[in-house]
Design a protein. Structure first.
Length: 326
């Protein structure tokens, strides 16, 4: 069993597992909204994991928590998930992007389809290098907005009706997309078919934040020049299109720590994972990420930082109003 487990298979296994959890959360959120709107008599508890799709609210809540010490009572799971993603990046590269994020799975599958159709390359190096900076520009703009926002204004937003039912609004975004949304998603889908993982590599500000956090961590991919034959298999396997043959330590923000390069390398010991200066198994990245996520969830449940503290009587009419617009 263990001999059949490869970095690619481990990554897909965890990606499908976490995506299934997200899809189940989406179904439960829909049922909760239907109950809140009176369209169903069956009560289904609102799933806190859906708050993972609210990065704007989570970043605001993180700033508010750091400056005031008050943990977000509206979407505590969203803040917990953001803090967990940052912790994973500090310890295990961008493991949240590699093994947890369902958008990453969708991007991977589209890219794989593109390669089967004869497309899906990383693009010219000069274009890739320039386009990678876009996600950092988007991140800088977002951080400037959040950091310059007064705490009282931020508190007003976090406790406002728009934020309270932000997960319902996100569900509506997926179930009833506007023509503009469909056009943007279509452009991204076609772009991903033609050029590998353009959202993750070029545009995702969340991934940019995690990539910067990963730069300070102890874990990375090491290439041994003496045993490397520069065959290029590692670069073809890398979902981020990193030029691994030009590096000794692969510690760029785009490295998600999936270890697919290690699995693709035909030379024993030419590529490996190192943590705190010591060689470790590539399994450490995937299983370690899953372990940190599971531990964070259990700790949040135990400390009351997972389920919202707002009473049902308060949130029911707000969610019901959103559901009626689906």
């Amino acid at each position: 069993m263990t001999s059949r487990l490869t970095p690619f298979r481990l990554r897909r296994l965890l990606q499908y597992l976490f995506t299934a959890i997200c899809l189940l959360a989406g179904v439960r959120l829909y049922l909760f909204c239907a109950w809140a709107a009176g369209a169903s008599e069956t009560f289904v508890a609102r799933p806190p994991v859906a708050e993972g799709f609210l990065p704007i609210s989570a970043v605001m809540a993180l700033k508010f928590y750091l400056f005031t010490g008050l943990f977000d009572p509206v979407h505590p799971a969203g803040l917990t998930i953001l803090m967990t993603a940052l912790l994973v990046s500090l310890l295990l590269r961008k493991g949240f992007c590699a093994f947890v994020c369902p958008v990453g799975l969708a991007s991977d599958l589209l890219s794989a389809l593109g390669r089967r159709l004869g497309f899906g390359g990383a693009g010219p190096h000069w274009l890739d290098l320039a386009a990678r900076q876009l996600k950092f520009a988007l991140l800088a703009a977002c951080l400037y907005f959040f950091l310059s926002m007064p705490l009282m204004a931020m508190r007003g937003y976090l406790m406002g009706e728009h934020n309270i039912a932000a997960d319902a609004s996100m569900l509506r975004f997926f179930l009833s997309p506007s023509p503009t949304t469909l056009i943007v998603l279509g452009v991204l889908a076609v772009g991903t078919l033609l050029t590998r993982n353009i959202w993750c590599r070029w545009l995702c500000p969340y991934g940019a934040l995690l990539g910067l956090a990963a730069l300070t961590g102890p874990t990375g991919i090491r290439r041994k020049d003496a045993t490397c034959t520069r065959c290029g298999r590692c670069e073809r396997a890398c979902p981020s299109g990193i030029l691994i043959r030009r590096k000794t330590d692969v510690r760029v923000p785009e490295c998600i720590g999936c270890a697919q390069c290690v699995g693709a390398c035909p030379e024993e010991g030419a590529l490996g994972v190192r943590a705190a200066g010591k060689a470790v198994s590539w399994r450490w990245l995937g299983f370690g990420t899953a372990g940190v996520v599971l531990s964070a969830w259990l700790l949040a449940e135990a400390t009351g930082r997972w389920a919202s503290a707002l009473p049902l009587e308060m949130v029911k009419p707000i969610y019901g109003a959103i559901f009626r617009t689906f």
